[in-house]
Design a protein around this ligand. Structure first.
Ligand code: PGA
Length: 265
């Protein structure tokens, strides 16, 4: 059984690192090469790692040797189970391929029209199917007025509306300020560790309000947005996040392995 991201309410919270490959690379051959290179660089004792490739690559990658701590994720789902939904991919399909985590509400999908209500529906569907949703939230810009806190709180409450307290611990939240996400070149702005720390505390407070102190304390809060081999150490220690959602740098095995190592401290 895959172990990455296993959770029970009694289990100590593990950190988690998720690779969001987005719409990269262009061929299955290249995807296999990157996947194998990452696998070769990860120590058996590494924190749980989830690789979320483009959906068409999942089947082939699932045939490769995973190691105990690495599993596959997906970048989106359609919240129905079967039926006339041309072009969509369902949770049971992904589950049958061994997918353990799915990213929902990524800002790049929200920019294409995904609504808070859809993020909520997908989150609940994933929980029903025992797949961990990685719920992405984050403001598009920072304002002196502090409006970014309101944005994050609204997205969080909307995404988790109706999630029973007992299931809250099966959700991971990824704080990804949109302005910090790289445009595919790995060179975006990074939020300072102090700013991420402040938001991490704020998110935990909202989660506590929603689910109570003990459940909120067990939930993972990840950070994403231009995480790289140089800033991962500081982010994990000073921002006190529970791991990372990594875009551009997750396609570079050496950099990604360094990020996973940082998450292990
Ligand atoms: P980035 O992407 O690490 O390339 O900034 C993060 C994400 O969008 O999940």
């Amino acid at each position: 059984m895959p172990e990455a991201g296993c959770y029970t309410t009694r289990m100590k919270k593990h950190r988690l690192v998720v690779a969001n490959w987005k719409m990269n690379p262009s061929t299955i051959g290249e995807a296999k090469r990157i996947f194998m290179a990452i696998r070769a660089k990860l120590k058996p004792s590494a924190v749980p790692v989830v690789i979320a490739p483009p959906a068409p690559y999942i089947t082939e990658l699932s045939k490769l040797s995973m190691g105990k701590r690495t599993t596959l994720g997906a970048q989106n789902i359609f919240p129905g189970k079967v039926g006339p939904h041309t072009g969509e991919v369902s949770t049971p399909m992904l589950r049958s391929l061994g997918v353990t985590h799915v990213i929902v509400g990524h800002s790049e999908r929200r920019a294409m029209g995904e609504t808070d209500a859809e993020v909520n529906e997908k989150t609940k569907q994933l929980l029903k199917e025992q797949i961990m949703p990685i719920v992405c939230i984050g403001e598009t810009e920072r304002a002196d007025s502090g409006a970014h806190f309101e944005t994050v709180e609204r997205q969080l409450r909307a995404a988790l509306a109706g999630v029973p307290k007992a299931q809250a611990v099966k959700v991971a939240v990824a704080y990804e300020p949109v302005w910090a996400i790289s445009k595919g070149d790995g060179k975006g702005l990074t939020a300072t560790a102090a700013a991420v720390h402040e938001m991490q505390i704020f998110i935990r407070r909202v989660l506590t309000d929603l689910f109570g102190r003990s459940s909120a304390a067990s939930m993972r809060i990840l950070y994403g947005g231009s995480v790289n081999a140089d800033n991962a150490d500081e982010l994990i220690s000073a921002a006190a996040v529970d791991g990372f959602l990594v875009g551009g740098a997750s396609l570079e095995p050496k950099a990604f392995a360094a990020i996973v190592k940082a998450a292990q401290q």
